[in-house]
Design a protein around this ligand. Structure first.
Ligand SMILES: Cc1cc2nc3c(=O)[nH]c(=O)nc-3n(C[C@H](O)[C@H](O)[C@H](O)COP(=O)(O)O)c2cc1C
Length: 218
């Protein structure tokens, strides 16, 4: 008899906004509350303590505490869930900065093969489409395994959350739930695929190609 016990997926949630009343943080908090039974979503609240990326800081020992916290949390996660605002038609600098730090081999590479899902909320009418496109492009360079669909673009974000921070709009809640279910499956499938990065060691080869896709996509 082949019994399959699904394992718990530990998901690190990264909000791209430092704002106290951030809609993107609220989106992630909602995600955490309505996570599928096989997923545990934990919000990372330390992006404000991550210094601006500077290659000189990489050789300073010990590594900056804010960077160590971020990298440790990401290393221990089975997946990353990112919620980004849109700033000037792109992702906020604070998010790009975090990804730059995560992308470095200090000494281990963290992002190649890491299942990642993205979403975003903005007060504008396009709901972070351009920010998410920029985020996807950046994550492609890191060889993270970014889930292509379903997508979630939350527009008019100020109206979507109530005063208590609850996501009131049923259609958005449903879309969020669908995304989380799909991400759980994405993590599961990624776990069955050997990472080409792991196979070739930890070097950041300039000549590498990205092969890390779920088996059914190959
Ligand atoms: C500097 C700046 C630039 C912005 N540029 C855009 C933009 O290009 N497109 C858009 O839809 N919203 C834009 N916004 C609105 C933000 O997406 C909106 O304030 C969003 O709610 C911020 O996310 P948060 O609630 O998680 O902090 C901008 C806001 C700021 C502060």
């Amino acid at each position: 008899m082949n019994l399959h016990y699904p394992s718990l997926h530990r998901i690190l949630a990264l909000p791209g906004s430092l704002r106290r009343d951030s809609c993107n943080r609220k989106l992630l908090e909602t995600a955490s509350r309505c996570a599928p039974p096989d997923s545990r979503i934990e919000l990372f609240d330390g992006l404000a303590e991550v210094p601006l990326f500077n290659e000189d800081l990489e050789s300073v020992q010990p590594l900056h505490e804010g960077v160590r916290r971020l990298r440790k949390a990401a290393a221990g996660a089975d997946g990353l869930l990112i919620a980004t605002p849109e700033y000037n038609q792109s992702m906020p600098g604070v998010l790009k900065n975090a990804i730059d730090w995560l992308s470095r081999p200090l000494p281990d590479e963290l992002l190649p093969g890491k299942p990642t899902a993205i979403m975003g909320a903005s007060t504008g009418r396009w709901g972070t489409r351009l920010a998410q496109a920029a985020l996807r492009q950046t994550l492609a360079a890191t060889e993270a395994l970014v889930m292509p669909a379903p997508t979630l673009f939350v527009r008019d974000a100020a109206q979507v959350f109530d005063d208590a921070g609850e996501l009131g709009d049923p259609a958005t809640r449903e879309s969020l739930h669908e995304l989380l279910l799909a991400f759980s499956l994405w993590i599961e499938r990624a776990g069955t695929t050997a990472s080409p990065i792991a196979a070739r060691g930890t070097s950041n080869s300039h000549a590498s190609s990205s092969l890390a896709r779920p088996a059914s996509d190959q």
